[in-house]
Design a binder for this molecule. Structure first.
Ligand code: ATP
Length: 229
């Protein structure tokens, strides 16, 4: 379970999140919606320890809000999918996928190449030669080889062709369904978010203003609140 109690966040002296209370049960797929600048990415950054924040954050029963980012990620089984995040662009696709992976997990490399055939074709090329979408695939492929208990995903569809987005989402759905993986997803495309999520919260100007679950996770029900209407 992920539990945020009265979490606020700042950039410099500007407060951008205000007293967020949010409990995400283990295995829940939560999408965070809201207009540009509402604070969605900042909420993810607060969970990861990448922004100045206050309030309490608990993950799997441990209080983590004072823990540095790298330890939250390592000790908490947290994976972050974000364009370019964690990739070493001078190294090859294959090296980026396999660096630091337990030998036993390497047999899942075929699953990565099945999900993203273009990565098999370009396995020996440096990541810097890849498009943004292909880099997203490498980032997602890395997490497929390192099973995570919490997947933090920021705008996977941003700027990508629809066919690539479909591939990414099919993989995210498979990965998060396979294990008891908790998911925090920021996705501008509300229809996509509703497809994968079993709960959607809406942020507005740094406040959590709506919380939809079950049959309410429906584009037509949420769209007005999520787009500021
Ligand atoms: P978008 O959908 O546009 O990505 P968002 O909901 O993810 O928006 P955030 O990126 O969390 O919103 O930004 C929340 C607020 O904080 C915005 O007003 C933004 O301008 C501001 N902000 C974001 N990053 C920084 C930063 N590094 N320094 C200063 N202000 C920032």
């Amino acid at each position: 379970m992920l539990d945020l109690q009265s979490v606020s966040a700042w950039y410099g002296s500007t407060q951008v999140l205000f007293d967020i209370d949010l409990t995400v049960p283990a295995g829940q797929k939560l999408a965070i919606a809201g207009t540009n600048g509402a604070g969605k990415t900042t909420l993810l950054r607060s969970v990861l320890g990448l922004v100045k924040s206050r309030g309490e954050i608990h993950w799997e029963g441990r209080r983590i809000d004072a823990t540095p980012c790298h330890r939250r990620v390592r000790d908490g089984g947290i994976a972050v999918v974000h364009e370019g995040r964690g990739l070493i662009t001078a190294l090859s696709v294959l090296d980026n996928l396999t660096l630091g992976v337990e030998p036993a997990a390497l047999r899942r490399l075929d699953d990565v190449f099945d999900a993203f055939p273009v990565l098999a074709e370009r396995r020996d090329q440096p990541v810097t030669n890849l498009s943004g979408g292909e880099q997203q695939m490498v980032a997602l492929g890395r997490t497929m080889l390192r099973p995570a208990r919490l997947l933090v995903i920021d705008e996977p569809s941003l700027g990508l062709a629809p066919s690539i987005v479909a591939q990414l989402y099919a993989t995210i759905a498979r990965m998060s369904a396979a294990a008891e993986t908790t998911v925090l997803l920021v996705e501008q495309e509300l229809r996509l978010a509703c497809e994968i999520a079993d709960r959607v919260v809406v942020l507005r100007a740094g406040h959590l203003v709506r919380d939809y679950s079950g049959s309410e996770v429906n584009f037509d029900i949420i769209v007005d609140a999520a787009t500021g209407g």
